[in-house]
Design a protein around this ligand. Sequence first.
Ligand SMILES: [Zn+2]
Length: 254
Amino acid sequence: MRRLFLARLAIVVALSFYFVSCTHEEEILTPIPEEPSDELVAFLVSSGFNEEEIKLEEDVFVINEDILISKDEVQKYVDGNKSDVSGASTEHYRGSYLVGNSYVTNIKFYIDSSVPSSWITAIQGAVNQWNSVNGTKLYMSIVSSSSNANTIIGTGYSSQNWVARAYLPSYNGRPGHTMTINTKYNYLNSGYKLFTIVHEMGHIFGLYHTDQTQGYFINGTPSVDSNSVMNSYILPWNGFTSGDVSAVQILYPQ
Ligand SMILES: [Zn+2]
């Protein structure tokens, strides 16, 4: 009994220390969580994203788990929208999500040294797959220097269930600047890894999810395409569907 009491006391003392130090740390290190700006969220919703699928993590909006766009970037879209009094149509904003001509003919990826070799194989394979699509000016390559790159591919660990995630193209027509691979999923086989990277590259140059109604529908592509690489779920790689091919041919014609 006496022992138990002491143990309890020790726990109470330990807990109070924990809370004190925790509170102390939080006061110094953790800024007050910022509520997502209504204006920015409203803009994303007006772009076709579902509000319940938009989360804000450290100044970056995470949409449908794997699509990233920074708050600053959304603010630029919103500001561009406001200053646009010249009567340009909404097509303009859709266009600003796409990659500009000077980049899309050679999107340059740099693979960070933290990326395991099995994922490097998948990245090389994904570049080859996209480059094999005919009738589009889309072309990409892997460069050996990060300073020459448009997109850095790196790794991170998250207990969440996204395998990889990527930024959308930026306001100035540059490809999405970062792709992150979740090392929690290093065990996936090569077919799933290849599918994952081909998919994330699609986000880098502006494709959204085929099976969700976000963004602008690409006229000329099928409305249902259960094997599309741009569905929100991962399949073993089995090549592009004709809808995937049409999407890039229409967005980035030769
Ligand atoms: Zn995705």
